[in-house]
Structures are given as structure tokens and as C-alpha cells.
Design a protein around this ligand. Structure first.
Ligand code: FES
Length: 169
């Protein structure tokens, strides 16, 4: 077991306390299957607190829900919303769902790669930008869609990419 895993409370006392208090507020039981129903919302909260779901955080959640770490990891890796790597202040995600793909999402990704010097899944060294892709974000009528943190940019043309990046500054 890594040092981080054992010492989440020591290393991040305030964040751990906040997550712990949140999980104390859930009606958890000794029944793994019932607790499993609280996994996604717990991870959502944990990512909100820690910024990303490092292994120690996943283990913390797993223990509280009496689940195996592999159960938690399976959910984290399945949903593109969750990340187990540190992310930049501005998380720029291109929707790569069908409607957005048909309307040129791949060209937007290429343009963002060129501007940011980042490949999909990478974060800039100064931790300012992360570039990624998301599956359909439910705004298909606005395709192609780019999200910057929680802000949605719709009907994005390649030439708007520079403006989107500029908005982040
Ligand atoms: S496919 Fe992009 S919002 Fe639905």
C-alpha cells in the first residue's frame, strides 16, 4: 500500500474531513449492494473536493462504502466525467458524440491540440489547461460542442478556438 493511500487524512486533512463528513451524512449500512447506490454521488463529491480521484481518494471511498477498490476504479474509468489524474484550472473538453463528430468535433480537437500544444488527455506543465474529449453531453442541437469547465460553447467553428482559449485568460 502506498504512502498516499495510508495517509490521505494526514496529507489532506481538511479535504479528507470534508469528504468524511459528507459520507457520514449518507445512510450507509453494512450492505455492500445498498451502499453501491451511493458510489457515483460520493465520487462526484470527492472529485469536487480533491479535483481528481487519485488512488488514495478512491480507496477512502471504497472503504467507507465497504466496496472493493476495483469496484470503484471500474466506475472511475468508465465515466469520462471522472479523472484519476490532476487536471488544469481550465478543463477543455470537446464532445466526441455522434452529432458533434459529424459536425467536425475532430477538427476542433486538432485545432485545440495545435493551440495548446497538448494531446487529448494531457495537462499543461503550468496546470492551466487540460484537453480532453467527452461523450455526448446532451446538447446535440448545439453540435459541435466544446465545454470549458461547466461552460458550454455551442456551434463552435474552428476559427473560434482561439477566442475560447482567450476567454480562459
Ligand atoms: S453528440 Fe455532442 S452534445 Fe450530443
Amino acid at each position: 500500500m502506498s504512502i498516499v493511500k495510508e495517509n490521505l487524512m494526514d496529507e489532506f486533512p481538511e479535504k479528507s474531513k470534508e469528504l468524511s463528513e459528507y459520507m457520514d451524512s449518507l445512510p450507509l449500512t453494512d450492505d455492500q449492494e445498498k451502499n453501491r447506490g451511493y458510489l457515483i454521488q460520493s465520487l462526484h463529491r470527492a472529485q469536487g473536493i480533491f479535483g481528481y480521484l487519485q488512488e488514495g481518494v478512491q480507496l477512502f471511498v471504497a472503504k467507507r462504502l465497504k466496496l472493493h477498490l476495483t469496484d470503484v476504479y471500474g466506475v472511475v474509468s468508465f465515466y469520462s466525467y471522472f479523472t484519476d489524474k490532476p487536471v488544469g484550472d481550465f478543463k477543455i473538453n470537446v464532445c466526441t458524440g455522434t452529432a458533434c463528430f459529424v459536425k467536425g468535433a475532430d477538427r476542433l480537437l486538432e485545432e485545440l491540440t495545435r493551440f495548446l500544444h497538448l494531446e487529448q488527455g494531457e495537462t499543461s506543465d503550468d496546470m492551466k489547461f487540460s484537453l480532453g474529449g467527452l461523450r455526448c453531453v446532451g446538447a446535440c442541437s448545439l453540435a459541435p460542442v466544446v465545454m470549458v469547465n461547466d461552460k458550454v460553447y455551442g456551434n463552435v467553428a474552428q476559427k473560434q478556438v482561439a477566442d475560447i482559449i482567450e476567454d480562459c485568460k
